[in-house]
Design a protein. Sequence first.
Length: 621
Amino acid sequence: MASAFTHCSQPNSTFLNSPDGRFKISITPDHESRSLFYEVYFEGRKIVDKSGLGLQVGESQETLKIESVIYGHRTSVDTLWHPIYGERSIYPDRFEQMEIECFTSNETFAKLSILVRAYDEGVAFRYQATNNDSVEIIRELTEFKLPVGTDIWSSTRAQGPINKLAIGDLDEAMERPLLAQLDDSLFLAIGEAALVDFARMKLILKDASSPTLSVELGSEVAFNGPFQGPWRFIMAGKSAGAILENNYLILNLNNSSDFSDTDWIKPGKVIREVTLTTQGGLACVDFAARHNLQFVEFDAGWYGPEYDEQSDATMVSVDPERSKGPLDLQKVVTYAESKNIGIILYVNRRALEKQLDQILPLYQAWGIKGIKYGFVNVGSQKWTTWLHEAVAKAADHQLMIDIHDEYRPTGVSRTYPNLMTQEGVRGDEESPTNAMVLNTLFTRMIAGAADHTNCYFAERVDEKMGSHASQMAKAICIYSPWQFVFWYDRPVGSPSKMGGAGQNQNFISEIPELSFYDQIPTVWDDSRVMSGYPGEYAVIARQSGTTWFLGALNGENLRSFSIPLHFLDEDASYEMILYEDVPQDSYDLNIKLDTMEVNSQSLIEKVIDSQSGFAAIIQRL
């Protein structure tokens, strides 16, 4: 039997307000269509107009009629929680919640309801049901009707370019989160949270004249028992930065972790070992120990060609197309342990899918600290479920995880804190300009941590990507608990170039600006989006202990920056080290360092070139 849950027959609306009163979501049944609709308000202004809710279930297009609805089961939560790591050391979690229970004449669902929450940062809702029989969800009928004239930023794939366009010009399914600008001082973001065993959501234009977005699922979804769908969230703010600063909402929409022991979960900076040799591995360990890095990662090729189904991830067998070797991995691991450096191994999905249950206990026995899951399948319910089970299984063996390629986070790292970071971003592997990074910052980074594969010495920095100072600023602006700070760079002591894409023939120079990477942490006690606009500029300040790190990125136009330091403690003095680009006709150094004393009344005033930036370390005296 087929059915489509669309909505209800009661005439009265119900409202849910956020604790601070800025957000309101209303739920209204339509008697004639027996459908349920919602609207969202921010500071008294309607930001999402009358939009449909629902699920299409079964094979045909018959409509499931809702006989009655109960509005009730309201709860309030006002608490704080401390993450193991994060963009802050403490997160507020305040919301009002309501369950809307729908009764039907169809026996597929013993109970079908919509859970609605209103936070100070936005609103969210999810579908949940108790099933009498197995159920197959064919489509999700959720809509998002936005004002005419809305502009959006989004991409068609997780690692694709992010562009700004009028919402009516959308002609493909768009990634989430999707950032929208409703007017000069009002922004909105639509996204997905707690995607664990469902199909991925993308957003498509249903009606250009309204305009209305609808949900496109990555596959049909089947359940044999109770289910909870992912959360659909809507955030709003007077600037794009206000939404970005509140991105912990996505974490709040996920379950807390039940890990009893988390001492083995370690954030840190990473250098990629690109030669796949013992010599290169030992050199990377020495460099990491000397420059306050925590991990060395052996990338694709250490166990053979990653795309070859016959490659065995339980054995070290270097891909000859990438390296001539030799690689004594256990020697490198043992040496790294003596220096308190962890080793991370890349494993392609082909080996993961066949050998996961073998390699997890094996790598733990080898002394490996983490795995980078490569080229994983995403989108469908099958592979979404498989991937999160693979993260949970890794935790059983005290292995941390970095997921690469098209996977985008939905806050699941709160539940599985061994999921340190993920790609799903147009990172430095794609040689993005600063303008593209600034689009990424205000869109993709709403979703959470991104492995941006930061590099510093590679030729592409000067040729395509902006400047060395902006590379430093990106290490502050782009949050990732595992931060690859030398992706294409290799230390002195490594063998000559061994082959493989993207390797830098030059060595890392022991230059003064390395002190910046020596000092920068990867997790924070506080984070502030000082100012910015997608594609144009951004200033972000982050705190670690009594020290602040400031990153400023500039896009395509020469820009004057005036940055107040009012986030500093009053009545305290600080020493600021400012890292700036040198003039292009001077090649002695990439960066000049200036040191000065500042306080909370100080102002940084700089004129920054196109595609440039600056970074600062501000230490309390």
